[in-house]
Design a protein around this ligand. Structure first.
Ligand code: FES
Length: 347
């Protein structure tokens, strides 16, 4: 009996303490992530080209900026044309070893509350507020071939990932879908990047284009890049979902990030407390409810912070993004879903 008690004291109690300590450490880290102070940034350079706005941002106090991992984004906080607070996530379009600036490429979306406002008004010298760099769409260390798939402005996180992959001495292929040659961002830089296999694919090329044409699909990707690599994609919701599904059928996992989800066309009702919203015209349930006055807190708008979590009482949803934040049965992240039927949500 004494031996048993001694064994318990020796092994079980330290093990319990270790588990408790680990849980506390995880909770502490999560709280830290949620409450990291925002950054004060100064716009040091502005470039406008067609509907794209390129911003170079430095720390307002002239210090170094917090480091970022290849593929991460920052959340910009601003106001829309009506003066309402709004925030959006933008990938860092740069070599993430640079710690003196962040570079963003923002597409001015028609009706975009922050992107259009920034495109129309931002000037060098303006001050902006952002989150720290964050996001789970990051490159893991490996020697396996790396296949990056981008569409449109989804090229932005791929710049850092391509550079990081090349530094890891991996064979890197970047397949880039755009409408016309003029829509290929960073084309000259990418086509000159040593050791990068760069494959632009145009859906509406002009007569002088001699490269790949049409649309990227899973079969074509596997034909071009093979079965051996790690696949990453940043594109609009529909293309990402299709690629993910088709590559999964071929036994491949696709790590994906959405740069935009198409707005819902459905006139479906969404009810939360005494707020009644319509899904039509919004790319997430979160946006639909907030614009109807719900004031649901949000931060990442990408499924990682968990702030926008609600309980789904009634109805079916379309999962636009895979949630990274932990969820209990019946819970949803409103930034990651659109309505499939009329919805009722609660706290
Ligand atoms: S806003 Fe962060 S998970 Fe929805």
């Amino acid at each position: 009996m004494l031996v048993l008690i001694a064994l318990l004291c020796f092994f079980l109690l330290p093990a319990i303490h270790l588990v408790r300590w680990s849980v506390q450490a995880i909770q502490h880290r999560r709280e830290q992530q949620l409450h990291q102070p925002s950054l004060h940034l100064r716009v040091s350079r502005v470039r406008r080209q067609r509907r794209y706005l390129q911003l170079t941002l430095v720390a307002a106090d002239g210090q170094k900026l917090p480091p970022a991992r290849a593929g991460q984004h920052i959340q910009l906080f601003g106001t829309d044309a009506a003066g309402q607070p709004v925030s959006r996530a933008y990938s860092l379009a740069q070599d993430c070893r640079h710690s003196h600036f962040y570079r963003l490429v923002i597409k001015a979306e028609t009706g975009g509350r922050l992107s259009s406002q920034l495109f129309d008004t931002v000037q060098a010298g303006d001050l902006l507020q952002s989150s720290q760099p964050k996001g789970h769409f990051v490159l893991t260390r490996s020697r396996r071939p790396l296949v990056l798939v981008a569409a449109g402005v989804g090229i932005t996180p791929m710049l850092a990932m391509a550079l990081q992959g090349l530094r890891q001495r991996r064979p890197v292929t970047l397949v880039y879908q755009a409408r016309t040659e003029a829509d290929l961002l960073f084309q000259r830089w990418l086509s000159r990047l040593a050791h990068l296999r760069f494959i632009p694919v145009l859906s509406q090329p002009d007569a002088s284009w001699s490269g790949e044409t049409g649309h990227i699909n899973a079969g074509r990707l596997l034909q071009l890049c093979g079965y051996q690599g790690d696949y990453y994609c940043c594109a609009a919701a529909q293309m990402t979902a299709q690629l993910k599904q088709d590559l999964a059928l071929a036994g491949k996992t696709l790590q994906a990030e959405l740069f935009a989800a198409a707005a819902s066309q459905q006139e479906l009702s969404i009810r939360y407390r005494d707020i009644q919203a319509s899904a039509a015209g919004f790319s997430s349930v979160l946006d639909a409810l907030n614009s109807a006055g719900a004031c649901i807190p949000s931060d990442c708008r990408g499924g990682s912070c968990g702030l926008c979590k609600k309980r789904l009482i009634q109805g079916e949803v379309i999962q636009m993004l895979d949630p990274a934040a932990p969820l209990h049965s019946g819970e949803v992240l409103t930034c990651c879903i659109q309505a499939k039927t009329a919805l009722v949500l609660a706290d």
